[in-house]
Design a protein around this ligand. Sequence first.
Ligand code: PLP
Length: 380
Amino acid sequence: MKPFDVYPLIDITPVKALGTTLWDEEGNAYLDLYGGHAVISIGHTHPHFVDRITTQLNQIAFYSNSVKIPIQQEFSEKLGNLSGYPEYELFLCNSGAEANENALKMASFATGKDAFITFNGAFHGRTSGVVAITDNPKIVAPFNSHHKVHFLSFGDLDGVEELLKNGHVAGIIIEGIQGVNGIRVPEADFVLGLADLCKKYKAKLILDEVQSGYGRTGRFFAHHWIEGLRPDLITIAKGMGNGFPIGGVLIHPDFKASYGLLGTTFGGNHLACAAGLAVLEVIEKERLMENALHQGTWVMEELSKIESVTDVRGKGLMIGIDLDREAGSVRSELVHKFRIFTGSAAGKYTIRLLPPLSIDAKALHLFIDSLQAVLELKEA
Ligand code: PLP
């Protein structure tokens, strides 16, 4: 058997990683400015992360959600406090898609309605419901295409209200910052408008913070930059486990739990919670949110001075860079010649930066110099 060939691969084999560096089989070092799709939050193989998981592994790695798992309670409390949502409840699962799938389900259960509003350019995952609310027809199979979904543009509050009036809409889902679509930050007034309309028409607002959350923008959630916003459901994954598969839904106390309403075999297991706790402890102790904002603000300013950069968008360490040329060959040269990993986006002119939150100024200087060299603006 061989792996199902669905991923176009970069011809590099990382065999070791530490902090913001990856090493290949020949010992070449690479700077990681992509974190494997925004997953590496506290840095590769962080010693506290390794310690916490190893200690847990030597005690108990897994038992199902049919017994008491005190580390789940410990993790929920820590996450509630650090995220500013201590009164919300947490449902744990294993990925971003699963988190969103469960959030849609909760909104539909609570309202008794079956349609959702989503936005042009959205990416929410690849499972049945969430691929239907993702704006990419190429990954929607006929089986996934029967959900009741309405796509609208950012800013179209009139369109949203028109749909909410007909009474079938269970909720609205929006990314804290659109990631796959090239880092698009929604206007605060627009998101606050969505929250008001949800209240008015008894629909639920879901904030997908799978990519934009966990300190990446300099605050715990990207939507924390919007004063006074308290979504009904918030979904998380990616940076949550620093590579250990874990996802979750933060659920407003208005929702009532009942046995069997949601469930999963692996979600919230001992090892995943140990990984999740290690991440939160490091984010707090090493003040990684402050670092994300500081380094991100600096590098965005520097990028905007580069002639061939036509636009720089984002917040903290969630950055989209538009070039005056196709980004594919630039990224390829960055990784093969300068040994720097960056990310792509839906638009072919865009580079996405999603580095570990621990990135330092030296690494970002190196990136700026290398990018300028690739763009032939400076000697290498
Ligand atoms: N939501 C957003 C905003 C994402 O960026 C992604 C993945 O890129 C997902 C959901 C899906 O997460 P996963 O790949 O863990 O299922």
